[in-house]
Write a protein that binds this ligand. Structure first.
Ligand code: ZN
Length: 109
């Protein structure tokens, strides 16, 4: 098992987990029980983190995470999660790409 990504926002870690799992790579979240999206623990050791179960998947998993991070720089803004189906949409989308539900503007946490 090897750590790929660590961040204090569980929702971010979980988002990257979805991306990596979608590529067929088995993953595991650590410290997920310590935060519930709202409480931030200011100690990096306790941040939620995403691990690959098999070390040999690390390179591929990291490249997926890295690409997603790069894409965020190109398209800044928070993802909008669809109120209907929960799918994440880029901030500039007016409708959910999955179910065409009207998306609301992101609310500050
Ligand atoms: Zn939707």
């Amino acid at each position: 098992m090897r750590e790929v990504y660590r961040h204090h926002e569980f929702i971010r870690v979980n988002h990257f987990r979805d991306l990596v799992e979608a590529a067929g790579i088995p993953t595991m979240l650590r410290n997920e029980h310590l935060v519930h999206g709202v409480v931030e623990i200011p100690i990096p050791e306790f941040y939620p983190n995403l691990c690959v179960m098999n070390d040999e998947d690390y390179e591929e998993a990291w490249s997926i995470v890295h690409q997603a991070l790069e894409a965020e720089k190109t398209h800044p803004g928070e993802d909008l999660s669809c109120p209907e189906c929960g799918e994440n949409n880029p901030a500039n989308f007016a409708e959910c790409f999955a179910c065409q539900t009207q998306l609301e503007s992101p609310k500050p946490c």
